[in-house]
Design a protein around this ligand. Structure first.
Ligand SMILES: CC(C)(COP(=O)(O)OP(=O)(O)OC[C@H]1O[C@@H](n2cnc3c(N)ncnc32)[C@H](O)[C@@H]1OP(=O)(O)O)[C@@H](O)C(=O)NCCC(=O)NCCS
Length: 179
């Protein structure tokens, strides 16, 4: 069965092979790479191809993963948002990244709220959802606040970074955003 999530302005579908080029292009943008690569610089196309393969592989292994985000009005690929839980992660995360030409339109929170709802629905026993965020990434912290997450006080060490674990508890989140 095809999974498709619709919001007011966006359509979300599981990231697929035909989205890999769009993902590589987004990750080659220095503004996006600054928050998502080990040295905060764009990685090579070859490295990003392998990273995209792990995103598609996450869907195979877990049965869920990042969704490609498409603008309804243009049909264009705008980013990727959704659940992410690789081995060693501090919890089932909702992650987000949007092409920089679309920053500030509220696409990340709109898509994230829809995917958090989808994730809680898929996993009735999931007590909370997290997002791991660099303390200097104010854009991402703004998204976390808009989607009902607060800083848990936990720190997750990844690459050379000490990342804050933001979290939303299931019951409180569903009370606020609806089931
Ligand atoms: C973080 C990110 C996903 C936010 O996506 P978005 O769709 O722009 O989300 P919003 O529109 O809600 O904007 C979030 C904040 O970004 C900032 N922002 C908005 N427009 C901006 C712009 N044109 N340029 C820079 N920052 C901008 C604002 O602080 C905004 O918060 P505010 O609305 O409370 O003022 C996006 O900036 C991104 O992809 N960044 C690179 C990848 C990344 O950091 N991912 C998260 C890793 S934890």
């Amino acid at each position: 069965m095809t999974i498709e999530i619709e919001t007011e302005r966006l359509v979300l579908r599981p990231m697929a092979a035909e989205d890999v080029e769009n993902h590589i292009v987004m990750m080659q943008d220095p503004a996006v790479a600054a928050s998502l690569t080990p040295d905060q610089k764009p990685r090579s196309r070859a490295e990003e191809w392998r990273a995209a393969a792990s995103i598609l592989g996450h869907w195979q292994i877990r049965g869920y993963g990042w969704f490609s985000v498409f603008e309804k009005k243009t049909g264009n690929w705008a980013g990727r948002v959704g659940p992410w839980y690789p081995e060693g992660w501090p919890g089932l995360e909702c992650g987000w990244a949007v092409k920089s030409e679309h920053w500030g339109k509220g696409y990340a929170p709109e898509a994230a709220i829809a995917t958090i709802r989808w994730t809680f629905d898929q996993f009735p026993d999931l007590p909370r959802i997290v997002s791991v965020i660099d303390p200097e990434n104010s854009n991402s912290q703004a998204v976390a606040e808009k989607v009902g997450e607060t800083k848990s006080g936990e720190i997750f060490e990844y690459w050379s970074f000490k990342l804050d674990v933001w979290a939303a508890d299931r019951a409180a989140w569903l009370d606020r955003f609806g089931g």
